[in-house]
Ligand binder design. Sequence first.
Ligand SMILES: [Zn+2]
Length: 430
Amino acid sequence: MSLQESIEARLEPAGREQIGQLQIRRFTQLLGDLLGTNGFYTSKLGEAGVDSPHAVRSLDDLRRLPFTTKRELSDDQESNPPYGSNLTFPIDSYVKIHQTSGTTGEPLRCLDTVESWEWWADCWATVFRAAEVSADDRIFYAFSFGPFIGFWSSYEGARKIGALASPGGGMSSVQRLKAIFANDMSVLVCTPTYALHLAELAEQEGIDLASSPIEKAILAGEPGAGLPATRARIQRAWGAEAFDHAGATEVGAWGFECLDRNGLHVNEGEFIVEIIDPDTTEPASEGEVVITNLGRPGYPVIRYRTGDRARIETSPCSCGRTFARLDGGVIGRVDDVLIVRGINVFPSAIENIIRSIPGTGEFAVDVRRSNELDEMTIRVEATAAKEADVVADTETAMRNALNLRVRVEPVEHGTLPRFDLKARRFTDHR
Ligand SMILES: [Zn+2]
């Protein structure tokens, strides 16, 4: 039994208090590892008066520590090139570099040791086990592998559970579809947007996806699988169950869904998650997700402000787990709310509406100001249905759900951009 499995066995189900005690034990261990060796946190925590692991004895103590922001990590990397000073071990202990877009224009580079790379894989093994993906499964990655960490760590997680894994990088979408059938793949791992794109393409090519060998789809890299309408559409097209996942290069693979799919479970054996009001930074039930990782001493983040928005639920799940859940998963970014004529509109709400209308394909939303008035235009591809129906249905649904009058322009199928990572559908021109 791996450390991760034994932690899960001990914690699931455990009382909330027990989970908190284990988290703090592991956090003080982490502090012991990094104080005096990790330049970034030794100095940051030192300024906050923390120079010994014993300074933090409870989750309340942890909540008094300063937040970490992406800007700080980016600035630190710029001042201490090329990797910054958030390194606990000598550079030759590290075996992996991955990167994400930084805030200063330079990519933010995050390093892993042999041990922390195993930890990533263990966290992904948790994702697979919760969805009951096992050694009997064959996992296909419909993704162009690059410097982004997400799907590499998932690939390692597949090894941990003994499943057969196939990378789908360097292939066209049609080649990926063919590979899924030819290799009798049972699990698809990709972004929710790309799962929809493959479904659309299969329809054009006359491939009946519902009869494909895929039984489960684990969707990561962007929110979406937690949106009811997006999930329903993916499940219908693929004849498969869809599971949401959340993780980040700076943080780790921290979220998973159980078979009951009652929201995104937080892997609280490996991460401490807080939700704060992004303006006041006070604890909140809905707001910004703040994460401390417990198993990556070589590149730790303490109270990292992810910029993700979520609602937390700590009552036990019907699956029996007591790990907290995020209702509907990550519901967007804290700074991506669009204020249109005084109404707060979340991009995820618009996506959920459009995906629930039959015959809609890809879409793009633009907000402009004309004659002192905010105008929202939704360009939407009409697929199976008549253009006029799609326009009328979208307008009506937006008015009913959000109390917002929008202009809907039908566009030809296949003309809007497709994304295989982090879709960008919303543009505020004001
Ligand atoms: Zn559950």
